[in-house]
Design a protein around this ligand. Structure first.
Ligand SMILES: C[S@@+](CC[C@H](N)C(=O)[O-])C[C@H]1O[C@@H](n2cnc3c(N)ncnc32)[C@H](O)[C@@H]1O
Length: 296
């Protein structure tokens, strides 16, 4: 029946329907039971904490950039014992009610087990049970957990008003227009306490064609690759240029905790002259994890 309806409804009407609040909420709910499920986000966080040999976040102030629609990573910081979590975004898109779904479909033992090396198993269980005791989530209930949602805020043009110990982002920095990236990174570094750290997971492929031709966008002339396209498809900053941008931050040290490449996909014959890169290997990097430590 659904398939027949899909065929019968004209495309413009389908588009209009998609734009309605109902469909938007459904898409966010789908995220909450898939990539934003709390066991999956706990595994992601544990992975980068292991790779960076990170100290526990217990009692720390955490800042998330581009927190998105489902604030699960903020809940993971709560499970890890963070004193305060500030989840930010350039547009206010978070739907806290969907966190109920992110918990409902998760395997309860996974967050406890994978996060235990960075906290205490019994304390994580207590905190997880506390999350399960909520029948619904709102921005007010998040505040009770020490999670504050701050949006809209563009951290390329302003800083937050308290220093933080840990900054995290997942699939965000590649959406920031090229010209805004240096000021964003500088503001974030300034917001860090001495000895503070940040981890950014950055995805370097064309977000509009990840499965097909993920590097072809590197050929588009800069004049046509507007800030809006940079936000939607990825800003095209390559791996070595990211290394340079982070190395330019004064008083801090940066390493990659992972760097993955796609060797099976073609590169375009022409790379636009605005794109800074070293060699083919640099162009082919598809995902990086960047770990920055501010000196004490
Ligand atoms: C692919 S989503 C990732 C959301 C979330 N981090 C996650 O893991 O599900 C990209 C996020 O980056 C945010 N974003 C886009 N441009 C940004 C900017 N200039 N500064 C901060 N966040 C931005 C979007 O609003 C969105 O929340």
């Amino acid at each position: 029946m659904q398939r027949i309806l899909k065929k019968v409804i004209p495309r413009v009407i389908k588009q209009k329907l998609k734009e309605t609040r109902f469909f938007e909420h459904k898409a966010v709910a789908d995220l909450a039971v898939t990539s934003k499920r709390i066991d999956i986000c706990s595994a992601q966080m544990a992975h980068i904490l292991h790779l960076s040999k990170h100290a526990p976040l217990e009692g720390k102030v955490c800042l998330e950039i581009g927190a998105g629609w489902v604030l699960t990573h903020a809940l993971v910081c709560y499970l890890l014992g963070a004193k305060k979590v500030i989840a930010t975004d350039v547009v206010p898109i978070a739907q806290p009610d969907t966190l109920f779904l992110a918990l409902r479909d998760a395997i309860v033992s996974i967050p406890r087990d994978v996060l235990a090396p960075f906290s205490d198993h019994a304390r994580i269980r207590e905190r997880y049970d506390n999350l399960l005791s909520y029948s619904e989530f709102s921005f007010d209930t998040l505040k009770e957990l020490g999670i504050e949602y701050l949006s809209p805020i563009d951290l390329a043009s302003e800083k937050i008003d308290i220093p933080v110990d840990f900054i995290y982002s997942n699939s965000v920095l590649e959406h920031v227009p090229v010209d805004d990236v240096p000021s964003l990174l500088n503001n974030l570094a300034d917001n860090l306490n001495d000895g503070g750290t940040m981890i950014h997971c950055i995805h370097l492929e064309d977000h509009q064609d990840i499965g097909g031709d993920p590097f072809n966008f590197l050929s588009i002339h800069a004049g046509r690759f507007t800030p809006t396209l940079q936000s939607n498809r990825g800003n095209r900053i390559r791996c070595a240029q990211w290394a340079k941008l982070f190395d330019d931050l004064k008083g801090s040290n940066t390493d990659f905790i992972y760097r993955y490449s796609r060797l099976e996909k073609p590169l375009p014959e022409m790379i636009d002259s605005s794109i800074s890169y070293i060699d083919e290997e640099d162009l082919r990097v598809s995902h990086i994890g960047v770990y920055t430590r501010k000196e004490k």
